[in-house]
Ligand binder design. Structure first.
Ligand SMILES: Cc1cc2nc3c(=O)[nH]c(=O)nc-3n(C[C@H](O)[C@H](O)[C@H](O)COP(=O)(O)OP(=O)(O)OC[C@H]3O[C@@H](n4cnc5c(N)ncnc54)[C@H](O)[C@@H]3O)c2cc1C
Length: 398
């Protein structure tokens, strides 16, 4: 059959075809969501094997609820552990504030789940079964015309689709092509992280504890199946955090004298399991695409980790993108601009809130520390509930 073609969408008689760059949380979720609404999709990933670095993360209620609107259930509660308690403490483990997260998730009827990255990736790969995924395929640029987009890969390969989605993370090649070179914004600290089997008499199922010191924080998180995820931060100049040499002695010394469970989990973590990553974001980008090209996840709106919503925003993006394309299949550029409009305010708020909370939480001077602790100690229960309700509710297509 000869296609009559529609200039903006897919040629008549066949489904739209999307090329997704990047098989991280955002790219895989996008592939799954697009297929759910009947769009053909292929994924290209630069890495030659899919390995989720040995850490974990929280998948918040809003992300799980977003997936549910497309009937996607990753079974995360069985793979990880739903958050039951969330307490902020001082460095020695004395409580500053119990946060009403569980109260809000109970009301919403959707949990926040902490899960290893490997388990989340496995869940997404199982859902994506049958979707073409090419590894060792690094995108270098694209050319768009009235009928589609051609992506170029290192080594000379090409892929063509009706649209291109750059889900290629913080250093996105797709973003670079239409934005040009950009600086990142360092946050002034390093983040060390690891996952280990762990138990301790102070810890209860579904435990999340954040411990706050001076220019340092520590997070201890139950991810189920006898495993704990921990992260520790420490203020340091970018020249060092971006080239951290590795080793455990500095971490042990940094958290000496902290709560028993903090020191114990560091003691029990083999040095080779500890990752050190710089903490950084970018100035918020207003324009995420052009024509048949758009961005998603960290490629569009990288944020600091303070709210634990980076992957949540990537998942929400993927669902909104799929549903918007399903609404407007005949006009791809319009669908992509509509998706971007729908996501801009939500993600702008998360980037800004993650940054301002990060600045407050990493407080180093006694005055700033007192301000930080009082901010949380004195906040009304109602205002904490309201903030959680806002961030943990998937706004849908609004
Ligand atoms: C220390 C730390 C803790 C965090 N904790 C949380 C948390 O608790 N909760 C949460 O929600 N978020 C958390 N995040 C953020 C979360 O990890 C990210 O927001 C999320 O992974 C973004 O997913 P993504 O798919 O957009 O990007 P990525 O996960 O970075 O995936 C991008 C993919 O694209 C590939 N790629 C890159 N360039 C190319 C190219 N040119 N061609 C082809 N492929 C390419 C990469 O190899 C990668 O696989 C944390 C981040 C950090 C650093």
């Amino acid at each position: 059959m000869t296609s009559t073609g529609t200039p903006l969408g897919a040629p008549a008689g066949r489904p739209l075809k999307a090329v997704v760059i990047g098989a991280g949380i955002g790219g895989l979720t996008t592939a799954v969501a697009l297929r759910r609404v009947g769009i053909d999709v292929e994924v290209h990933e630069r890495a030659s094997e899919l390995r989720a670095a040995g850490s974990a993360l929280s998948v918040m209620s809003n992300a799980i609820a977003a997936l549910d609107t497309l009937g996607i259930d990753l079974g995360l509660e069985k793979r990880g552990r739903a958050i039951e308690t969330f307490t902020i403490m001082d460095y020695a483990g004395s409580p500053i504030r119990d946060l009403p997260l569980k109260e809000v998730t109970d009301r919403l009827g959707v949990p926040c789940v902490c899960v290893s990255r490997a388990d989340l990736q496995q869940a997404l790969l199982e859902e994506a079964d049958g979707i073409p995924l090419t590894l060792g395929s690094a995108a270098t640029g694209y050319t768009a015309d009235d009928t589609g987009v051609t992506v170029r890969f290192e080594g000379g390969g090409e892929a063509r689709g009706d649209l291109l989605i750059g889900a290629d993370g913080f250093h996105s090649a797709v973003r670079r092509q239409f934005v040009g070179p950009e600086d990142s914004r360092d946050s002034g600290y390093i983040c060390w992280l690891a996952v280990v089997p762990f138990d301790h008499p102070r810890l209860t199922p579904g435990y999340v504890g954040h411990y706050w010191g001076s220019g340092q924080r520590f997070g201890l998180i139950d991810i189920g199946h006898g495993r704990y995820y921990w992260w520790g931060t420490k203020n340091m100049p970018a020249e060092r955090s971006h080239h951290w040499p590795g080793g455990k002695d500095e971490i042990t010394e940094s958290f000496a004298g902290w709560a028993e469970e903090v020191q114990e989990i560091i003691r029990r973590t083999p040095e080779e399991l500890i990752l050190g990553v710089p903490s950084r974001d970018r100035a918020f980008l207003e324009r995420w695409g052009e024509g048949r090209v758009t961005l998603l996840g960290d490629a569009a709106h990288p944020m600091l980790t303070t709210l634990g919503q980076g992957s949540g925003m990537a998942i929400e993006d993927a669902v909104v993108l799929a549903r918007t394309l399903a609404e407007l299949p005949g006009d791809v550029p319009r669908a992509l601009r509509t998706y971007e409009d729908r996501r801009r305010e939500r993600t702008r708020g998360m980037v800004a809130a993650s940054r301002s909370l990060s600045d407050l939480e990493q407080a180093e001077t006694p005055e700033r520390r007192a301000q930080r602790d009082d901010h949380f100690r004195l906040a009304s229960h109602a205002s904490l509930v309201r903030q959680y309700e806002e961030s943990l509710t998937f706004p849908g297509l609004d």
